[in-house]
Design a protein around this ligand. Structure first.
Ligand code: FAD
Length: 474
């Protein structure tokens, strides 16, 4: 019996239920299909950084699965065609939860059934299916704490091993990964990323292991420090399914058991994994999350359409060093630390009063871990328009945030080298530094480093004034 395995965001061989079941029942035809978002109806298509990762990750998967076939086109036509041409009995895949993907999966499953194939999907990229967790009244969760309280008491099944043996069959169609055109060329803005990131299953497992050894101790407190190495940086690996949340869960629990001192840190880390589960739960139950304010009163907010300000934010030229450091880290590495994501996002929607859609789109294009559920839920969370969101009137002060979470200024100095010689108290607010301190550090405001785009106190007040419209609408 032959099974076609359709790979998507599950680019791994271990704990891959679709692949495991296929290998168990006979020979396997593994396929990855690159689709045109215009055909799939994907309103939030993959950005440039994610495409770079995907290329590397598929290259790594091909090394593990030499029979993997790369095809370009519409999966709605290609999957049934392949099933017919290769005379397979089963078509297996692991589930995705983006609204457009679920719609198409249902369509494909129906076509397969009609044609007599056994189309089957599996749970692989979440710990808990969004429909498995319910509030006491039977509805979806809208608040994270009860969601996590319920989730942490549920059993998480063991992760599956990689199939012991995989027998591949010849594919009647052929294509090349290069034809997907995923890599940037001129300019190659991803040059050097191979030195920072190791996409693929082996890189993911290595990173998980090294994080659990060196980053987990202290994670609970130090996860807020962008100048330290206490977060896992697993997010792109998890997004592309190079490691499963089940593997992360059980490996973390093992460490917690073997070293009781990491108990609280491990618990905190798993609670972050649960934020990802919560974001997917929200996306499944509220499929408009990426496009509409979850709290519709925010439709009344008087957003500014200021292309120049947006560009300065994107380029890291706001004149607020912690914001600029974050935006430059993002551009140069495809990653930004969570604390800094919150600061820069708050700055865009509150200090600049620019709609979160613009921030979501920029993050989607530049983040290696760009993820529809996490990105939309997080942007709405920061804005205050989302489920269980931070209140709008709590406006991050980018100066005090930097002092608190980058106390020695290592993070800012690394990403904004023009300020590297400025002493710590002035480093986070060069526009308030005495002229002599600026001169000693070789900083000329407006030349070597930008003047601030807005005045913090005035911007804060304007944001609060705008919020009055939201309150009035409620
Ligand atoms: P760790 O602290 O090591 O966390 C481990 C894992 O838990 C992460 O890899 C991620 O899978 C999950 N996780 C952690 N925090 C969150 C969170 N707040 N929400 C959901 N999952 C979380 N995360 C994405 O994966 N993709 C995105 O597109 C994305 N966009 C964001 C946009 C904004 C405005 C903000 C504030 C946050 C966003 N996040 C996003 C959430 C979070 O910042 C990242 O998951 C985290 O920084 C990734 O780094 P890490 O793997 O080192 O995290």
């Amino acid at each position: 019996m032959t099974t076609l395995v359709w790979f998507r965001q599950d680019l791994r061989t271990t704990d891959n239920p679709a692949l495991f079941a296929a290998a168990d029942s006979g020979s396997v035809l593994p396929v990855y299909i690159h689709e045109d978002p215009q055909q799939t109806g994907d309103t939030h298509p993959m950005g440039g950084a994610s495409k770079w990762w995907l290329h590397q990750s598929l290259t790594a998967l091909k090394q593990k699965l030499p029979g993997l076939v790369f095809l370009k086109g519409d999966a709605r036509h290609l999957i049934p065609k392949l099933a017919r041409d290769a005379e397979v009995s089963n078509v297996f895949w692991n589930r995705r939860y983006e609204p457009h993907a679920m719609e198409r999966d249902t369509e494909i499953k129906a076509v397969l059934k009609e044609e007599g194939f056994n189309g089957k999907s599996f749970k692989a990229s979440l710990l808990f299916e969004p429909w498995e967790l319910k509030t006491r009244t039977g509805g979806p969760f809208k608040v994270y704490s009860p969601f996590w309280k319920t989730a942490q008491n549920l059993e998480v099944p063991d992760a599956l091993p990689a199939p012991e043996e995989i027998r591949f069959v010849e594919c009647p169609l052929s294509g090349r990964l290069e034809d997907f055109d995923l890599l940037p060329s001129s300019p190659d803005w991803a040059a050097g990323w191979e030195d920072i990131w190791k996409p693929g299953e082996d890189g993911a497992l290595k990173r998980l292991n090294s994080f659990l050894t060196t980053g987990l101790p202290g994670y609970g407190e130090l996860r807020n420090r962008p100048d330290l190495q206490n977060v896992s940086r697993l997010s792109p690996h998890i997004h592309f399914g190079e490691v499963s949340p089940r593997q992360v869960w059980h490996e973390t629990r093992k460490r917690m058991l073997s070293n009781a001192e990491t108990g609280n840190d491990g618990h905190k880390f798993l609670s972050e994994i649960a934020w990802r589960e919560f974001a997917h739960h929200l996306l499944y139950h509220f499929p408009d999350l990426p496009s509409s304010n979850w709290r519709s009163t925010f439709d009344a907010y008087p957003w500014r359409e200021e292309a120049d300000d947006l560009k300065r934010w994107q380029r890291g030229e706001t004149g607020y060093p912690i914001v600029d450091a974050g935006m430059r880290e993002l551009w140069q590495t495809g990653y930004m630390h969570n604390r800094v994501r919150m600061i820069v996002a708050s700055f865009l929607v509150k200090h600049l009063r620019i709609h979160w859609h613009h921030g979501e789109a920029w993050f989607r294009d530049t983040l290696l871990d760009a993820d529809l559920a996490n990105n939309s839920a997080s942007w709405q969370w920061v804005t205050g328009s989302g489920a269980d969101a931070a209140p709008y009137f709590r406006i991050f002060n980018p100066i005090t945030q930097a002092r608190k979470f980058d106390p020695e200024g290592h993070y800012v100095r690394r990403w904004v080298p023009a300020l590297k010689n400025l002493e710590a108290p002035h480093l986070f607010e060069p526009f308030n530094a005495p002229q002599a301190a600026l001169e000693r550090a070789g900083v000329v405001l407006g030349k070597t480093y930008p003047l601030p785009i807005v005045d913090h106190a005035a911007a804060r007040q304007a944001a609060l004034d705008g919020y009055a419209s939201v309150k009035a609408a409620g």
